[in-house]
Design a binder for this molecule. Structure first.
Ligand SMILES: O=C[C@H](O)[C@H](O)[C@H](O)COP(=O)(O)O
Length: 226
């Protein structure tokens, strides 16, 4: 395992310790969250932890089943105690760019549903300004070229995300365009502008949502609270 994977594993395991008996847990997606799900499943087995998770992607749900994390859904549960998720970028104000794994829409739902959003990252994700990572925006398939044209007016060149040479289809049946803004001066303002475009389903900007950031670095784990 390389160093970055070791850091992801360390923060995933740390986050699993925040889950308490009886909690309803939102489970994000990504290579860091994978380690969280594994560690949480281990606690369920070893300690008989009585919890229920709601996954933010089909693959997260498969990991939960594989590692023995019991699941529920929003038909039965409307509020979550905690959501644990990864991120592609985190700025000093705890604003995030997410969606590198195309799960941003469901991730935002479980983030909004939770009393507390905990983000787990290795220190390469900590940035002064959001935007070096191209911002993922989920858009409807219908008239996607027209939606991308409107997005372009905000100062980026949206690139349709492909998988195996075909447009990637999200778990919700939509497309993703990756929008390189390079340096986003006002993330909240950009989010508002993107959200106002008809055809945009959701953006990868998570504004004022994160409460805690768990960061893995060569010196160990740092926990930042808002
Ligand atoms: O859609 C994917 C998510 O937003 C991920 O949480 C994000 O891309 C970070 O993933 P990773 O932990 O693999 O870097």
């Amino acid at each position: 395992m390389n160093t970055q994977d070791q850091l992801k594993k360390a923060v995933g395991e740390k986050a699993a310790l925040l889950v308490e008996d009886g909690m309803k847990v939102g489970i994000g997606f990504g290579s860091t969250v994978y380690w969280f799900v594994r560690a949480l499943g281990e606690r369920v087995k070893q300690e008989g932890l009585d919890i229920k998770g709601i996954p933010s992607s089909i693959l997260t749900g498969e990991w939960a089943k594989e590692f023995g994390v019991p699941l529920t859904d929003f038909a039965t549960t409307k509020e979550l105690d905690i959501t644990i998720d990864g991120s592609d970028e985190v700025d000093p104000d705890f604003q995030l760019i997410k969606g590198g794994g195309a799960a941003l829409f469901r991730e935002k739902i479980i983030a909004q549903a939770a009393k507390k959003l905990v983000i787990i990252v290795d220190d390469s994700k900590m940035v002064e300004h959001l935007g070096a990572f191209a911002l993922p925006v989920e858009i409807l398939q219908f008239a996607w070229e027209r939606t991308a044209y409107e997005i372009e007016k905000l100062g980026c060149t949206p690139v349709l995300r492909l998988k195996d040479g075909e447009p990637l289809i999200t778990d919700n049946g939509n497309y993703i365009v990756d929008c390189s803004f390079e340096k986003i001066k006002d993330p909240a303002d950009l989010d508002r502008k993107l959200q106002s475009i008809v055809g945009v389903v959701e953006t990868g900007l998570f504004i004022d949502m994160a409460d805690t950031i768990i960061i893995g670095g060569s010196e160990g784990i740092t926990i930042k609270e808002k």
